[in-house]
Write a protein that binds this ligand. Sequence first.
Ligand SMILES: *Cc1c(COP(=O)(O)O)cnc(C)c1O
Length: 715
Amino acid sequence: MSKFKGIYQNNFQLPEEISRLGEFVYNLWWVWVKESQKLFTEIDPHLWEVVNHNPIKFLRDVDQDRLNEIVKDPRYLNYYYDVIKEFDEYMAGDNTWFEQKCLKKDKNTIAYFSSEFGLHETLPIYAGGLGILSGDHVKAASDLGLPFVAIGFFYTQGYFTQRISEDGWQEASQVELKFEELPVSPIREENGELMTISVEMAGREIKARLWEVRVGRIPLYLLDTDVEGNTQEDRKLTARLYSSDLDLRISQEIVLGMGGVKALRKLGYDPQVWHMNEGHSAFLTIEQIRENMQAGMSYEEAVDKAKANNVFTTHTPVPAGNDEFPKWLIDKYFSKLWPKLGLTRDEFFDLASAGRDWGEVFSMPILAFRMSNRANGVSELHGHVARKMWNHLWPELKEEDVPIGHITNGVHTGTWLARRMKTLFNQYLPSDWMERLDDDAVWQAVSNIPDGELWDVRRHLKRALASYLRDRARNQWVGDGVHPVQVVAAGALMDPYALTIGFARRFATYKRAGLILNDMDRLLNMINQPNKPVQIIFAGKSHPADKPGKMLIQEVYRKVKSSENGGRLIFLEDYDMNLGRYLTQGVDVWLNTPRRPNEASGTSGQKAAMNGVINFSILDGWWREGYNGENGWAIGQDKDYTDHDEQDRDDLSSLYDLLENEIIPLYYNTRALDNMSAGWMKYVKSSIQTLTPKYNIRRMVKDYTEGYYIPVLKE
Ligand SMILES: *Cc1c(COP(=O)(O)O)cnc(C)c1O
C-alpha cells in the first residue's frame, strides 16, 4: 500500500446521517455490487438515469431538499447502514483467498500494466476487449485479496463517441472528460503539490501526473501528461487511445512503461511481480534493467533479474496486429540510452527483433517475450497459435516446447450478471455461491431452478432491452434530428417476443460482422416467417483509422436500413459497457463469427452465457474449449483453413443450416400455455451450468496467481 492517497475532487454537502456516501462514490465497488446502486435510485431514480449511472455526478446534481427528506426515512437509513457495513467488511479484507494461501500481503506486490482499463462506462478509458479484461482482472484481484497495483493512462478525451450517418458512415467525436465528475483523484506530495514523474524522451523531459482510481481494495494509478511545464503538444500526449501516429504512440508507450515504473517507485512500491498485459508496456523492462544496473548489477545480472520477475500475456494471434516501431524512431528515442546500458545499437535492437536478417522493426511483444521468463496466450487454441507464431524466437526448440502457456480469459460475474439473474441464483444456489463461482458443484444446483422462473427472468431481460432501445431511438428522433429510417434501424420496431440474436464487437474485418448477411435472400426468408420472426442486433465501433472496418459498418448498416427486413435488423450506435450489459443480458442468442484462429479468446460470449444467453459461434478462442455439444451451437468445424473464401463459404452454410434447422425450430417449439420451449430451457441451463464456473475471472486470476505470481513470489 502506498502512503499517498488520491485527494477527492468534491466536498459534498451531505446530511450527517449519510455523510459517508461522499467517500463511497469514490470506490468502484458499487459497480459490481449492484444492490448498492439502490442507495442512489431510492433517492432519485430519474436523476440516476440522467447522469448515466455516475454516482459522483449524481451527488453533485441531486436536490438538497430531497437528501434532507430521505434521511428521515428509517427504511432508507437501514439500507444505507447495511451497505456501508458490507463495504467496510469487504475493504477490511480479512481471510481472503490470497491470505489463505499463506502469503503475507504486506511483503509482496504484483504490478499490472495495461494500456486500457474498462471498469465502467462513465470512465471511458478503454476501447474494447483488452480493456474490459484488464478492468475485470483488477476487480477479481480485489475480490481475491491479492496485493496488487495497476498502472494505465487517464485518456483525458476518453475513447470516441460513435454516430452513424444516414448512409452508414461512422462519425467519431471526442469530448474532454470532466475529472471532477469522475472517480479519479489526483495524488499529491506531502507538501500538497501535485505528484508528477518525469521521463526523458529524445532530448526533452515529459512530466506526467498521477490519478488514483479505487477499485475495491486495489489502487489503479493513471498517468496523464496534461501538466504545466510540458509543451502544448506533450500535454495532449495521453489525450486519446491508440493513435495511428507512430511517434505519438511510442511516446505514450515510453510514458506507460518507463514512466509507470518511476511512478510506482515514487509511490513507494517495490513489486516482485510485473505483469505486462499485452506488449504496449514492454518498455518497462528497459527501465528495470537501467534500475538494476544503477544498483550495481552487471548487464547480464540486470536482465536475469528482470526476466525472473516478469509475466507477459500476449493477445494478438496475427503477426500484422502486433505493436512494432521502425528503427528510426527507436534511434530517435533510445540512442542516448543504450550506451548507458553498455550496449551497442545492434545489441539494443536485438532485444526486440527476431534476428538481424528479420527486417527493420522493433517489436514490443518480442521485447516482452525476451524479458519475461513466464508468458502466456489467452485460450488453449491461442496458446498453440502463439507457440507456432513465435517459435522462431526459440529456433532450437520444437513448437510444443516453446515456453508460452495459456490461461483462458474470463469475465467478472458481479459486473456482468443481471441483477434479476443474481436474485434467482441467490434463491437456488448454495448461499456462498459468489465466493465459489469457480466450483462446478455450485452450478449443479441450476437444475433445481424451475424452467418457468428462469424463463420469466429471460423475458424480463429482453423486455428491458427492447424498452431501452426504443428510448434511445426516440431520443435520436427528438434530439438529433435523424432521418426516420435511422429510427427504425435503431430498433424502434423491436419485438420483445421474437427470437433475438446479438452481435456486438469491434468492427475489425476478421470478425466478419457481415457474414450472416452474405446471402440476403436466404436470410430474409428465414427471419421474416410471420409466426417465427427472428431479429438480429448489431453494434460495434471501428478504429477511426481503420477504413475497411468503417466500410464494413457501412455495408451492414445499408442492409439494416433496407425495408425488406421489416425492421428485424437493427444497428445500435456507440457500443460501450452499458450497451454491452443490455445486449449480453437481453438477447436470446450470442453470435460470433471471427475468421479462425484470429479471435485470441473473446469474452462477450462468456458474459452472455452466465445470463442464460446461448452461444452460437465459430470454434475459435474460448468457445472452442467451452462448447460441449449441448450448451450452444458451433459454427463450422474444428479445422484450419488456408483459403479464406472457402472458409467463409463453409462457415456461412453451417451458420444458415443451424439457424434454419435447429435454432429457430427449437425456440418456437413452445407450449401454448406459456409460450416457453422446454428444449430451449435445457440449452439455457446447460450453458449456465457448464460455462459459468470456468469462464469467470475468478478462475482466471487464480490461475495467474497459482501458475505465475506465486512461483515468482517464492523464487
Ligand atoms: C466484453 C466487451 C468487449 C469484448 O468482447 P469480445 O467478445 O472480445 O468482442 C468489447 N467491448 C465491450 C463494450 C464489451 O463489453
